[in-house]
Design a protein around this ligand. Sequence first.
Ligand code: HEM
Ligand code: HEM
Length: 128
Amino acid sequence: MGLSLLAYLLLAITGVWMFRARTTRTSRPSWLRSLHYMFGGSLVLLVLLLLAIGIVGTLGHFGSLGHSSHLPAGLFVVGLVLLSATSAIFINSQPWMRSLHIGTNIILFLGLVWVSLTGWDVVQKYLP
Ligand code: HEM
Ligand code: HEM
């Protein structure tokens, strides 16, 4: 989870950098986009990994899902990350996808806070 927060932070930094370069019409280093893409790919993998661990671990431990709002929070975050990545792929051909990409990523921040808080809550249940 720490890694995915780091990936989000790096994506925000490289993303805002690209945004500034575009709006101020200055040039941006050619590696900036690939770097942003790489961080994006890492975020997708990390979030899917956490989802798999969460579902497999909970099923193994309880045999059922949906004990708390951590489940909807987790699905929400995974959905947003996938939407963000999909919209990103089409930014070049469909410019309005850019607003979708930026919008989902702002909501994604709230989603990450939600999944962390509810995740912390279920961790407390394991502590004696
Ligand atoms: C989910 C994985 C992500 C992928 C695969 C991804 C990929 C991309 C791509 C391909 C672009 C278009 C770059 C171009 O102009 O050619 C872009 C733009 C952008 N991304 Fe991401 N991104 C991801 C996540 C994020 C996150 C989490 C943030 C912010 C927190 C972010 C912020 C931005 C911003 C602000 C732009 C706009 C750049 C501009 O206006 O020119 N991205 N992203
Ligand atoms: C993107 C991040 C995450 C995703 C997608 C995710 C997803 C999930 C899912 C789908 C479950 C099964 C929940 C259920 O059926 O009730 C789960 C369980 C769990 N997750 Fe996460 N999770 C994430 C982050 C976290 C974090 C940050 C923590 C701890 C701080 C955490 C701790 C747990 C624990 C302890 C369980 C067992 C739940 C239970 O006993 O009901 N998760 N996770």
